[in-house]
Design a protein around this ligand. Structure first.
Ligand code: ADP
Ligand code: MG
Length: 621
């Protein structure tokens, strides 16, 4: 038997491992399993080069839990180690990499906590035994034992098969890992798609035997296989059907609604990256679905916190990114400035843009049908990522109230004749709520204007962004001005009322509205229009909406509005002005104002009942 000391500095490392990584203890299992995978992969490579000529046999990695003996064992049938290799790899390589890791860890926050490797075993075990036999001909099996101290022993033992058993004698600190359910949970989290089969004992399955009324449920013990070693993202896109992609989505996120579509990423130069990104149904929301992309390194789950790896707007997507080239054992701050990561980020952005452009080109109909589900994502991307904007401006769509779809360019072309104002600006008229603004939409249509539906949660930002990017366009909400003023033209309509009568009308309305602070404005509009119209000036409304979004302190502030009296309407120009009784005039004006409020869905409570009473009284006359 050989005895030795790992290194003097090891006095520092064991307590550190326990102390610093306590919160992330659970990664020990991932680390030990990935060592088993590495050893298995190495053997496969040797076999493929004919340097290993025996049967590979069953390469499944076994996880065994013995609650009584308080051990957890990870067994592989990979390359194994000779006694010399154990000394070299476990005592020197593993140790120095663990030490390096700890030094980094002290100062920084590590993504995925990769790189601690073999020594993470000591986070949960008070004693670790490694029983291993090299694949090399005539190798002597050895057992390495270490009790969480720098001292270790190495002795010759009998072992039939090649490969390595890592036996963890679980200590008090790790006792949760003696529970079957906890281990199962960890395996599900980190090992779902590892490239070598992982088996954790057996499990009970219920199978129906027989047919019809003779059928019965039978319990059956089957192997408990944790992983799917050939996940969809590792396959060639040509070998996958739509159903395969959808099935894989369910594998990642069980019971989720079907994704809208997906992008299969696949490249090996200048870096290696595979993955599938899914576009989920976003349901007009951006918050709830974030952080669903899972990051893998050679099929080992690393993290689902990918904020630094993909641009913010892409975190709305779901799916998997797998790249051995992302430096997982460096800190977040390094990661952001890492040139590989930057390349990966712009590659993914580019790919997503291209894929959307393809669908748009190849099947516009399909794209339009998916627009509702895609628009939040695309708008988010256009607002936040210049590179994406440049691609997306060609396929981002506007939808009008008739349900027609237009690209930005198509739309500007469509409205240019009728909706260009006297300053040569194109005025884009929109409704944020078709139902509530129905009357206004109707008047705009009657005037020959086109009205867009802008009811996505990001639309306020999106429109503002477009006004910045696209030359000479302005968005106005359909109820922000009277129809005549929505698009300011050179010619103004003449008023049928004399100046003197106009003053009178204004006076009547002032009396009618009393202490109301709203601005009253007279306007010569079409006699076909409403006698009184409520407008909500675009600029003021936007200010309030922005403030409400930022601090919320104005959220309860009553909406600013303006009362516009149509001096050309017969009810004003003929009826009101010619009424004999002053009191009746005021009453009538009040009634018209309430009618206008009703038209804008602004009549509630006391005001509403007052209006109904006034109507009933009028009908009696
Ligand atoms: P890393 O895996 O990053 O090299 P580890 O600390 O996890 O670092 O492991 C150190 C070394 O120990 C490995 O590089 C490998 O040579 C050896 N090793 C660990 N586990 C096994 C195993 N199950 N089979 C064969 N060799 C192993
Ligand atoms: Mg390792």
């Amino acid at each position: 038997m050989q005895k030795g000391q790992i290194d003097v500095k090891a006095h520092d490392i064991f307590p550190l491992i326990k102390k610093f990584l306590y919160s992330d203890q659970e990664i020990f299992l991932r680390e030990l399993i990935s060592n088993g995978i590495d050893a298995t992969t190495k053997l496969k490579v040797l076999a493929s080069k004919d340097e290993f000529k025996e049967e590979l046999g069953d390469l499944t990695i076994d996880i065994r839990l013995d609650e009584e003996a308080k051990t957890l064992t990870i067994s592989d049938r990979g390359v194994g180690m000779t006694g010399d290799e154990v000394i070299r790899y476990l005592n020197q390589v593993a140790f120095s990499s663990a030490q390096e890791f700890m030094e980094k860890y002290k100062s920084d926050d590590i993504i995925g906590h990769f790189g601690l490797g073999f020594y993470s075993a000591f986070m949960v075990a008070e004693k670790v035994e490694v029983v291993t036999k090299s694949y090399k001909d005539g190798s002597q099996a050895v057992k390495w034992t270490c009790e969480g101290q720098p001292d270790f022993t190495l002795e010759d033992v009998e072992k039939v098969d090649r490969g390595t058993d890592v036996i963890l004698h679980i200590g008090e600190e790790g006792k949760e890992y003696l529970k079957k359910a906890r281990i199962q949970e960890l395996l599900d989290k980190y090992s779902k798609f590892l490239p070598v089969l992982i088996r954790f004992g057996t499990k009970t399955e219920y199978i129906t035997e027989g047919e019809g009324k003779d059928s019965k449920q039978v319990e059956k013990e089957v192997e408990n296989i944790i992983n799917n070693p050939y996940p969809a993202w590792k396959k060639a896109p040509a070998d996958l059907t739509d159903d395969d992609y959808k099935a894989f989505y369910q594998e990642l996120y069980p019971y989720s609604p079907e994704p809208v579509f997906w992008i299969h990423l696949n490249m090996d130069y200048p870096f290696n990256l595979t993955g599938i990104l899914y576009f989920p149904k976003l349901n007009n929301s951006v918050e709830i679905q974030k952080n669903k992309i899972q990051l893998y390194s050679n099929q080992v789950f690393v993290t689902d916190d990918v904020k630094t790896i993909v641009p913010e707007f892409l975190t709305l997507l779901h799916g998997v990114i797998d790249s051995p080239d992302i430096p997982l054992n460096v800190s977040r701050s390094h990661l952001q400035s890492d040139s590989n990561v930057k390349k990966i980020t712009s590659y993914i952005t580019k790919k997503v843009g291209e894929k959307l452009a393809d669908i748009f080109k190849e099947n516009r109909k399909d794209f339009e049908e998916k627009w509702k589900d895609l628009s939040t994502f695309i708008k988010y991307g256009m607002i936040s990522e210049e590179k994406f904007y440049t691609k997306a401006e060609k396929f981002a769509l506007f939808q009008n109230v008739e349900g027609g779809f237009f690209t930005i360019d198509e739309y500007l072309e469509k409205i240019k004749d009728i909706q260009t104002n006297k300053h040569d600006r194109k005025i884009i008229i929109y409704t944020s709520n078709e139902k509530a603004q129905h009357a206004y939409v109707q008047s705009a249509k009657k005037e020959g204007y086109d009205v867009l539906v802008m009811d996505n949660i990001l639309d306020n930002h999106f429109m503002q962004h477009l006004e910045m990017k696209v030359d000479k366009i302005t968005f106005v909400r359909v109820d922000s001005e009277t129809i005549d003023k929505l698009v300011e033209k050179d010619t103004e309509r003449e008023s049928v009322l004399s100046e003197k009568n106009q003053e009178k009308v204004k006076e009547i309305f002032r009396n009618a509205l009393g202490d109301h602070k709203e601005k009253i404005e007279l306007k010569a509009m079409s006699p076909e229009d409403m006698p009184v119209v409520i407008t909500k000036p675009e600029f003021m409304r936007r200010m309030m909406e922005m403030q409400a979004m930022q601090g919320g302190q104005f959220a309860d502030f009553p909406e600013m509005y303006q009362i516009v009296v149509n001096t050309n309407h017969p009810l004003i120009a003929d009826k009101l002005i010619n009424m004999r009784n002053e009191e009746k005039k005021v009453h009538f004006a009040k009634y018209l104002q309430k009618l206008a409020l009703l038209n804008q869905n602004m009549l509630t409570g006391e005001e509403m009942s007052e209006f109904v009473h006034m109507s009933v009284d009028m009908l009696k006359q």
